[in-house]
Design a protein around this ligand. Structure first.
Ligand code: ATP
Length: 255
């Protein structure tokens, strides 16, 4: 029996100018307990898709719903149902790591009874205990990325949207993150992760969305994506390569 999707993107056409859409009729859903990898070449439309889901851009046509609610239906309910971790950390330089966690706890109504344990666990898992009182402006790039991730994980939302999480993190940070994502997935959260690190995406995601030139050219399990790419593709990387150079376009998509 199919469950109600946490995220449902239906016939999404959108972009920066109504005369020149970047995304064309993109449709997909993410069920509770699923981690879905959004992959595509530079300029394929991954960030634009994410901006539409975040509600930062208006669809030209189509619809985005989180747990059945659109941004127009109820902006507060819509926004509190997801946590977003951007590729480039956005923090307040003059606030400490603990200050950021406290603000997130308040914004997402994390109960006091759960807050201290969640914080302590996250600071330990991400090896950030020595930096809990450090100002964000004094952290390294990877540490800032960890603070963004810890904030998202502290909130325990139904939906996580994570943009290219592996680039700034050290191997221990990547391991902590992946272990945590497996855990939140097990508890029923949905995760949309955009990344160019296809081997990790293949190992951890349950399904994949392949965007090319703003169109979803393949989606589903590894088996589904391999079939769409031609049965001889062995890995996600091989299937991806076939899908995106199919039209003899080796210079990337033109949206
Ligand atoms: N602010 C903007 N204004 C106009 N066009 C934009 C803007 N941002 C992106 N685009 C265009 O939208 C298309 C898709 O870009 P997008 O940033 O969604 O790609 P991406 O898949 O996230 O790429 P990358 O892997 O490089 O991050 C590209 O043609 C890009 O030039």
């Amino acid at each position: 029996m199919s469950k109600e999707p946490i995220l449902k993107v239906s016939g999404l056409t959108g972009g920066y100018s109504p005369r020149k859409p970047v995304l064309h009729d993109v449709t997909f859903g993410i069920q509770p307990g699923e981690m879905v990898g959004l992959i595509g070449l530079n300029g394929a439309g991954k960030s634009t898709t994410i901006k539409h889901i975040l509600g930062l851009m208006q669809p030209h046509s189509g619809d985005v719903r989180i747990k059945g609610t659109s941004l127009d239906d109820n902006p507060e309910v819509y926004r509190s149902a997801f946590a977003y971790v951007p590729e480039t950390p956005v923090l307040f330089d003059e606030l400490t790591v603990e200050d950021h966690l406290r603000l997130t706890g308040m914004a997402y109504d994390v109960p006091d009874s759960a807050y201290t344990k969640r914080c302590d666990d996250l600071l330990k898992e991400f090896h950030m205990n020595p930096k809990r009182k450090a100002f964000a402006g004094h952290l390294s790039k990877g540490m800032k990325q960890k603070v963004m991730l810890m904030n998202a994980l502290l909130a325990e939302p139904p939906l996580y949207i994570i943009d290219e999480p592996f680039v700034g993190l050290d191997p221990l940070g990547i391991r902590s993150l992946l272990e945590r994502l497996v855990e939140v997935k097990r508890k029923g959260a949905a995760i949309l992760m955009s990344s160019h690190i296809l081997a990790t995406v293949e190992s951890y995601c349950d399904r994949y969305l392949v965007l090319h030139g703003g169109r979803l050219v393949a989606s589903g399990t590894l088996e589904d994506v391999r079939k769409t790419a031609g049965d001889s593709a062995s890995s996600l990387e091989e299937a991806f390569y076939r899908l995106v150079i199919e039209e003899g376009d080796t210079n990337g998509p033109v949206a």
